[in-house]
Design a protein around this ligand. Structure first.
Ligand code: 2BA
Ligand code: 2BA
Length: 109
């Protein structure tokens, strides 16, 4: 068994979970925050048998889209009289960042 942990854009999360449900996969969604942009995203956990992993990864790929976002870098240390004009930096935010973990045990009580 594997646990697929997928960090996705909040806007894609509902569509992905609906698609997983239609395909009879079980999933859990938690609201998370990216460490870099400090913006909300969603982490979806899918516990499934090994042979389903390629199909689940394909569903994630089909439902999650890459986006371009702009961030303002931290201003440098300034000397008196110096001026800093911030210029936003472009970052590509996945689609989905997916970790596939081995499950040693699954129990349901
Ligand atoms: P954030 O940490 O908010 O990162 C958003 C985007 O900013 C990243 O997109 C990447 O393009 C850029 N970025 C992040 N950290 C960076 C750094 N130290 N230097 C330069 N650029 C950086 P993605 O790579 O697609 O990641 C989207 C979200 O997935 C991340 O949001 C984070 O929540 C999660 N994530 C990605 N890789 C991860 C990892 N190795 N471990 C845990 N979470 C991860
Ligand atoms: P939910 O997804 O809201 O599911 C609630 C209950 O609905 C489940 O109880 C199960 O009885 C049924 N159910 C869910 N998905 C189903 C499906 N694809 N086909 C048939 N019946 C389905 P539990 O199995 O006790 O699960 C309770 C909660 O634990 C779930 O809430 C979900 O958040 C999490 N969960 C369970 N199995 C999971 C897995 N393999 N991967 C990720 N999360 C799981």
């Amino acid at each position: 068994m594997k646990l697929i942990m997928s960090i996705v854009n909040s806007d894609d999360a509902d569509r992905l979970v609906n698609t997983l449900k239609k395909a009879s996969y079980r999933a859990t969604t938690i609201s998370t925050t990216g460490g870099f942009l400090r913006q909300g995203n969603a982490t979806i956990f899918i516990g499934t048998e090994d042979e389903n992993v390629p199909n689940v990864l394909q569903l994630i790929k089909d439902n999650c889209h890459t986006r371009t976002q702009y961030v303002n870098p931290l201003p440098p240390v300034m000397e008196p009289g110096e001026m800093y004009i911030p210029s936003p930096v472009e970052v590509q935010v996945g689609g989905a960042n997916v970790f596939v973990l081995d499950v040693t045990e699954f129990a349901r009580f």
